[in-house]
Design a binder for this molecule. Structure first.
Ligand SMILES: [Fe+2]
Ligand SMILES: [Fe+2]
Length: 201
C-alpha cells in the first residue's frame, strides 16, 4: 500500500468500522476488501464514471452493517438456520438501511440501497421486499453477485470453501433466477481482473 494514498487508507479505515458489525467473524476484512475491489472492476467495466466507481467501492463495504443487530448464536451458527433464526438474520437488510438512514450524501444513499437490497433476487424471490428484475437497484445487483461469489469461494462458519471454477459455474446456473444475467455476464467478462484480486488480496 502506498504510504500517502489516502483513498487506500480510507478504505482500510472503513473496512475496520464496517467490520464492527461482524467483528465476531475473522474473515470479514478480507471479504470486504474483495467486495470493494471487485465492485469497482465491474462498475468500471460497465462504463460508470470514475467518481461512481469510487462510490460503489466504498458503499459496498457497509452491505452487512445491519448484522450488528443479529445475535452471535445466529450469526456464527455452524449449520443451517431454523426458520425463526433465518427471519432474524434477514433483518440485517432493513436494519442496515436504517443505520445508513436517508442521508443527502449520494455515497451514503447508495450504501443504504445496497444494505437494503443485496439479498433481493432477480426472480423476485429474495428479501426483504421481493423486488424483481430492474426494480432492484443496479448497485445492489452488482454487490449481490460479488458477495455470493466471495461467500462460495471462502470458508464460512457453516461451509467449506468451494473451488473457483465450480463457484463460477454456480453463478452461471443461477443467472436469471437469483442473479441479474447481465451482471453475471459482466462478471465473467472481468474474470481475469477479478481472479487477480483473489490471487493478490
Ligand atoms: Fe447480507
Ligand atoms: Fe457479504
Amino acid at each position: 500500500m502506498e504510504p500517502h494514498n489516502v483513498e487506500d487508507h480510507l478504505t482500510e479505515y472503513l473496512i475496520r468500522l464496517a467490520g464492527v458489525a461482524e467483528c465476531r467473524d475473522p474473515d470479514v476484512p478480507v471479504h470486504l476488501r474483495r467486495i470493494s475491489l471487485c465492485s469497482r472492476i465491474i462498475a468500471r467495466h460497465i462504463g460508470w464514471m470514475e467518481h461512481q466507481v469510487t462510490m460503489i467501492g466504498y458503499a459496498g463495504l457497509a452491505h452487512d452493517i445491519g448484522k450488528i443487530a443479529v445475535p452471535e448464536a445466529v450469526l456464527l451458527k455452524p449449520g443451517p438456520l431454523t426458520p425463526e433464526e433465518y427471519e432474524i438474520s434477514k433483518r440485517h437488510t432493513t436494519v442496515g438501511a436504517e443505520i445508513l438512514g436517508d442521508s443527502d450524501v449520494p455515497l451514503v444513499r447508495m450504501a443504504a440501497r445496497i444494505a437494503l437490497s443485496h439479498h433481493e433476487r432477480w426472480d423476485g424471490a429474495g428479501y426483504p421486499s421481493g423486488l424483481q428484475g430492474e426494480k432492484i437497484p443496479l448497485e445492489a445487483r452488482i454487490i449481490s453477485v460479488i458477495d455470493v461469489f466471495d461467500a462460495l469461494v471462502g470458508s464460512r462458519c457453516y461451509k467449506e470453501p468451494i473451488r473457483i471454477d465450480r463457484s463460477i459455474q454456480i453463478l452461471r446456473e443461477n443467472s436469471g433466477t437469483h442473479f441479474d444475467p447481465a451482471i453475471v455476464g459482466f462478471f465473467v467478462e472481468c474474470l481475469d481482473e477479478i481472479l487477480h484480486v483473489y490471487r493478490t488480496g
